[in-house]
Write a protein that binds this ligand. Structure first.
Ligand code: GDP
Length: 212
């Protein structure tokens, strides 16, 4: 399939059925592992809800948590009819005021899900273009390396900084990616606000679900 075909196929798929399936506070609540899953991870406020909304072309399929650091569920969304893939919204991390117990629970839920999920084809780790890779992002990336889950790094809010600054942060993030065994070497640069990089990311998600 050519890249144009894949982009068009992805556009059509995401323009069709997209539905919230369930929230899983523990692994007991996970849906049956019968469909490819792509997980979205990132620090609180990185722009994860906005990106999920942009990819699915909906206004509010994913909602940012009112109190950052409090959402401890994995949220599953189904795409396609019949379901072609699931998007998994992982709880935002790195909220400074989150109680230790919440952080511990979060880590356990993440680790168990990432290690045991056969249908998880890929993760996307979102990085705020204004901030670059932070220590908590490195921890997430390490957890994915250890779980042998391949991941793409996605720069968010690219419209918020100057082109020269963006170039520098992309270079630094690419250098960081090279240090991680499960990270893809090529970054995605996106702006949910401006629609930049969204069609390409949609195609990448579909590609990962199909062959990853
Ligand atoms: P989440 O906590 O990771 O789900 O983050 P949200 O999607 O709620 O976004 C956090 C804040 O960043 C909100 O105020 C958004 O409007 C803003 N934001 C998200 N994506 C973009 C973007 O691409 N460009 C700009 N300028 N702002 C964005």
């Amino acid at each position: 399939m050519t890249e144009t075909d894949l982009t068009e196929q992805a556009r059509r798929l995401f323009a069709g059925r997209v539905e919230f399936l369930l929230s899983a506070p523990t692994l007991d609540f996970l849906p049956d592992p019968d469909v490819a899953e792509i997980a979205f991870a990132g620090r609180s406020n990185v722009g994860k809800s906005s990106l999920l909304n942009a990819i699915t072309g909906r206004k509010s399929i994913a909602r940012s948590s009112v109190t950052p650091g409090r959402t401890q569920e994995l949220n599953f969304f189904e795409v396609g009819d019949p379901t072609a893939l699931r998007l998994v919204d992982m709880p935002g991390y790195g909220y400074a005021k989150a109680p230790l117990k919440v952080v511990e629970n979060w880590k356990r839920l993440m680790r168990d899900y990432l290690r045991g999920r056969q249908v998880l084809k890929r993760a996307l780790v979102l990085i705020d273009s204004r901030h670059g890779v932070k220590e908590v992002d490195r921890e997430m990336m390490k957890m994915l390396d250890e779980s042998a889950v391949g991941y793409r790094l996605v720069m968010t809010k690219a419209d918020k900084i100057k082109a020269s600054e963006l170039e520098a942060v992309v270079a630094a993030t690419q250098a960081e990616a090279r240090k991680h065994s499960a990270a893809f070497p090529v970054l995605h640069v996106t702006s949910s606000e401006k629609g930049m990089g969204i069609a390409e990311l949609r195609a990448a998600v579909l590609e990962d679900a199909l062959i990853g």
